[in-house]
Write a protein that binds this ligand. Structure first.
Ligand code: NDP
Length: 310
């Protein structure tokens, strides 16, 4: 029987995803009718982006799962009309993109590239950066993205510490959890990378207290979510020199307002939420695999724990 899949995202996303999804359904031998408009009671699965027009899931009475196109689910996880399973995106290409972005920005700080760029007008100032083995990196969040970034940085030679909610064992990464674990992880973070999801518990994880625990001059890199950082506290720490530089990809308000002090601060780098994106070709295969599983009664991949919020 034909499986009805509703694509509930913007027109631009439809243009990006229509062909790759069709191809992935074909590869998975799925007989799918993929549309942007279907009677709700006939929909079997919803491919979803949080800025979609669909906000009330009540009429989707036979829908077996909502398949989120993004890794972060804060825009949908609290929706009380969503009673069906919710899967988030774990896309191998998105993970690779994040690994490359994080590794690049860590290496920028590690190699002190800004120091040399600032002296390009003729100042010959030899200063040899330490080896990676002498520069400790801490990652807050050891999920799909934090673990992949941590492993790549460990392969480059950095001593990597990672913090998560639950205890973990990951080769090449020193793992800690809980409040004591956070204090220890911050204390050795010469470079700090934030890869936590947006939940009530992670709000302001990097507040004035946490910033004060960092080694003086630490670099902060945030591709996680804007709410993880207390902006005022970060600006104060940058002005005081506690934090040497902040590279920020995500913000409490996006686009970052034109008058926000981050834009003009000499020790802040702003990137416009581009650290990594879901890539249509590989993400479509993940969605097709989940629909195949749903049809064959197998557990879905990457299900969101609604109580934890991620
Ligand atoms: P995962 O759900 O796989 O991992 C989340 C990690 O955070 C887990 O290790 C989890 O711990 C930890 N965590 C959650 N809550 C807490 C807490 N209260 N205390 C300590 N640790 C906590 O997510 P991903 O790795 O796939 O993605 C992480 C985030 O990256 C996304 O939620 C999104 O916000 C952001 N992102 C940003 C992008 C960008 O372009 N800037 C692109 C894609 C994602 P545990 O393992 O114990 O559960």
């Amino acid at each position: 029987m034909t499986i009805n899949v509703l694509f509930a995202a913007t027109e631009a996303r439809w243009q990006d995803y229509r062909a790759p999804l069709t191809e992935a359904f074909r590869e998975h031998d799925l007989d799918v009718s993929l549309k942007t408009d279907l009677p709700p009671e006939e929909v079997d699965y919803i491919v979803y982006a949080p800025n979609s027009a669909v906000q009330d899931f009540t009429p989707f009475t036979r829908c077996k799962a909502v398949l989120n196109l993004w890794a972060g689910v804060e825009g949908i996880v609290g929706n009380e009309t969503l009673t069906m399973p919710l899967a988030r995106m774990v896309d191998p290409a998105l993970t690779r993109g994040m690994v490359e972005w994080v590794a690049g920005h860590v290496l920028r700080h590690h190699l002190e590239i800004d120091y040399f760029l600032a002296r390009q007008q003729g100042e010959w100032c030899p200063r040899v950066p330490p080896l990676a083995s002498e520069r400790s990196v801490t990652i807050l969040g050891l999920g799909e993205l934090g673990t992949a970034c941590g492993q790549t940085l460990a392969d480059l030679g950095f001593p990597v510490t990672g913090w998560s909610r639950s205890p973990k064992r990951i080769e090449g990464i020193a793992t800690v959890h809980g409040d004591d674990g956070l204090d220890a992880a911050l204390a050795q973070a010469q470079i700090l990378v934030l890869l936590l999801p947006k939940t009530p518990e992670t709000e302001n994880v990097l507040d004035a207290d946490a910033l004060a625990r960092l080694p003086r001059g630490a670099a902060v890199i945030n591709p996680g979510r804007g709410h993880l950082i207390d902006d005022e506290a970060l600006l104060a720490a940058l002005d005081a020199g506690t934090v040497g530089h902040a590279t920020l990809d995500v913000f409490r308000e996006e686009p970052l307002p034109a008058d926000h002090p981050f834009w003009s601060h000499e020790r802040v780098t702003v990137t416009p939420h581009i650290a990594s994106e879901t890539r249509p070709a590989s993400a479509s295969r993940v969605i097709a695999e989940n629909i195949r599983r749903g049809e064959e009664g197998e557990p879905l991949l990457h299900l969101v724990d609604r109580d934890r919020g991620y």
